[in-house]
Design a binder for this molecule. Structure first.
Ligand SMILES: C[C@@]1(CC(=O)O)C2=NC(=C\c3[nH]c(c(CCC(=O)O)c3CC(=O)O)Cc3[nH]c(c(CC(=O)O)c3CCC(=O)O)/C=C3\N/C(=C\2)[C@@H](CCC(=O)O)[C@]3(C)CC(=O)O)/[C@H]1CCC(=O)O
Ligand SMILES: NC(=O)c1ccc[n+]([C@@H]2O[C@H](COP(=O)([O-])OP(=O)(O)OC[C@H]3O[C@@H](n4cnc5c(N)ncnc54)[C@H](O)[C@@H]3O)[C@@H](O)[C@H]2O)c1
Length: 215
């Protein structure tokens, strides 16, 4: 088993190719589109949802089988056909060209795998079993669903703006560090959670910085 390195990849405007158009391909395409990638699906057939994305102009669809050379100029590929030989050939082309590759049926032939993901706005919790059991990863993720509710979305939005304001408004490095720590601590989470439902205004943030930098 490889010792996987966890990363968060920015795929915006990157060319990402998906070989195959079944349920697995559809799941991977959804994540790529959510990340604003430029998606091309190569597959003779696609699911109704993929067809709809194509009709809406959200992705490019080449309605044929994979052919050697299809990966030229590609940032990342998902080999998600139901033909093991084809998926292996895609993985081999990706390897010679240094292209990131996920292989649905033979993960060891690729360079990365997908975790099960829980999103709350800016908060992303990824659970992986390193391939031991994808459904176990999903079950663990579903348990976390209960602990991490929508309040985290508001909390992290507020924290983002507070940190930006501290970085812009506070020049003294020691004070800035103290405020950044305080802003990221559990107290702030509780304050934001128990406060009014309206988001903090720039004035609220300025006030919080003033109230807290002297302590
Ligand atoms: C988490 C999730 C993310 C996602 O796909 O985005 C994900 N698989 C999910 C669902 C799922 N996978 C499978 C089923 C059918 C039931 C079953 O057979 O168990 C279902 C259920 C369904 O489809 O509904 C079967 C399966 N999966 C893999 C193989 C091949 C193998 O194990 O060798 C086979 C056997 C194929 C066969 O024999 O035909 C391989 C991988 N699947 C991974 C991720 C990677 C490891 C993740 C980890 O363990 O950390 C890895 C290695 C590569 C990759 O895909 O990146 C997503 C749940 C999302 C969620 O709901 O949260
Ligand atoms: N990694 C995972 O999460 C996971 C989960 C379930 C299954 N799988 C594996 O993933 C693969 C795909 O599963 P699925 O349920 O989406 O299959 P599927 O049968 O629903 O879809 C297969 C797709 O591959 C296309 N295809 C076939 N030959 C092709 C070729 N030569 N070039 C391009 N496209 C081609 C078909 O047109 C079809 O759209 C299977 O090998 C399955 O065992 C992986």
């Amino acid at each position: 088993m490889p010792n996987y390195v966890p990363i968060m990849l920015d795929c915006e405007d990157r060319v990402c190719v998906v070989i195959g158009g079944g349920q697995v391909a559809e799941r991977k395409v959804r994540e790529l589109l959510a990340g604003s990638a430029r998606v091309t699906v190569i597959s003779p057939l696609v699911t109704p949802n993929l067809q709809e994305y194509y009709d809406q102009g959200k992705l490019n669809w080449i309605p044929r089988k994979y052919a050697a050379g299809d990966l030229e100029g590609t940032f990342m590929v998902h080999a998600a056909s139901n033909d093991a030989g084809v998926n292996a050939a895609v993985a081999a082309e990706a390897k010679t060209k240094g292209i990131l590759a996920n292989v649905a049926d033979q993960p060891d032939l690729g360079s990365f795998i997908h975790p099960s993901v829980l999103r709350r706005g800016r908060l992303l919790i990824a659970v992986s079993t390193s391939g031991a059991g994808p459904l176990a990863a999903r079950a663990i993720r579903r348990k976390l669903d209960e602990d991490y509710g929508t309040e985290y979305e508001e909390y992290l939005d507020a924290l983002y703006h507070i940190r930006k304001a501290i970085q812009q408004q506070v020049n003294n490095p020691a004070v800035r560090q103290k405020l950044l720590r305080k802003a990221s601590g559990p107290e702030m989470f509780e304050t934001l959670r128990q406060g009014t439902s309206r988001p903090w205004s720039p004035e609220d943030i300025r006030q919080w910085i003033n109230d807290n930098q002297e302590e």
